[in-house]
Ligand binder design. Sequence first.
Ligand code: ADP
Length: 415
Amino acid sequence: MNVFVLNCGSSSLKFQIIETDADRIATDSDKQLAKGLIERIGSEAIVTFQVDDRPSLKHAAPLRDHKAALAHVIEWVLNPETKIPGIAGLDDIHAIGHRVVHGAERFTGSLLIDKDVLNGLQECVDLAPLHNPANLKGIYAATDLFGPKMPQVAVFDTAFHSTMPETAYLYGIPYQLYRRFKIRKYGFHGTSHRFIAFRYRKLANKTREETNIITVHLGNGCSACAIKEGRSVDTSMGMTPLEGLMMGTRSGDVDPTVIEFLMHKEGTSVEEVFSTLNKRSGLLGVSGLTNDMRDLQSEAEEHQDRRAILAIDMFCYRVKKYIGSYIAAMNGTDAICFAGGIGENSPQIRQDILSDLDWLGISVDGKRNAEAIRGKEMLISSDKSRVPVYVIPTNEELILARDTVRAVKSLPFPC
Ligand code: ADP
């Protein structure tokens, strides 16, 4: 099957076309045929397309909304000059897999989208007003452009964490608020944590029941996850992706009193304060420079910029604290696995996070750590480390494609 995997953000659209089926899943031989990214939808959009491992092509196009962006992608896919292997027409796309950020308590696994599911997704908008509307736009645009007969599947960021126990997911607020409004921790990046756990099992030759690990996804968004017997038992993001680790532009954990205090002091609205916490905090807010870890590291190295150094130190300190708390919560861990743009590419950040953990017996091998670069699964801990540490490049799109096949063909969903 050729699966069109779609990930719509508020002003972006990412896609991949992946050839996969039950046999390819079993033999790990799924094939990425094409991929692309459209940014700044709503104005002069920046479009990047790539077939196979041929060089990527970049251009600008005025794309007013997600439907126009998807139409632009389809036009490119069908252009005879594009030559995507095995794709001559729209009939060669057999299903669409959508990333959906929030599934609330209702959606605990991937499933085929029908009217009922669409209604349910609308209800989830309340909990994820920044994310789910864009996912819905992608679903509506795909229905219009691929036709109503095209099977479409929703894969939720929250689903993997639906196994968290009450003790982990409830907030210490009146229980009625959970009952009435479903205010609780949901967790995100679920497809990534699930993929990392799956790859760990392969690497370490363990069964799902033997998988007791901590996964740390560090990209623009960052989250950590405690995985016990193959299931998520705690994670750092909360009711929304704002809670937990410090991120590129998100604050992570703050005392909620800060919100009222800021509104009072600055005479601003609650929306304005949340905009600060979501878009102007984290690495960007502390450094006053950038949300990009690579640039921040250059500033710290070349100019010894005090606040760049501070932002990086705070970032690493938070991750270390979450790792420590999950080791306590699970009474130990069999491994720590890093993923995401920062987790996969920055030996320095991994080293800083895991420094001074010799009391726990964790030690990183400098050479192995330095050699772990994007795209490679690597063990980076030293032979004497009590806990093995891995870098495992994540692949959320692959999970999306595989779940789409499973939902369409009614196959079982291994965790
Ligand atoms: P997203 O969460 O949007 O998918 P990514 O997973 O691509 O983002 O992560 C983006 C982050 O990864 C940025 O902060 C970027 O600076 C960082 N990053 C990418 N490569 C490196 C590198 N070589 N060293 C340090 N940070 C890096």
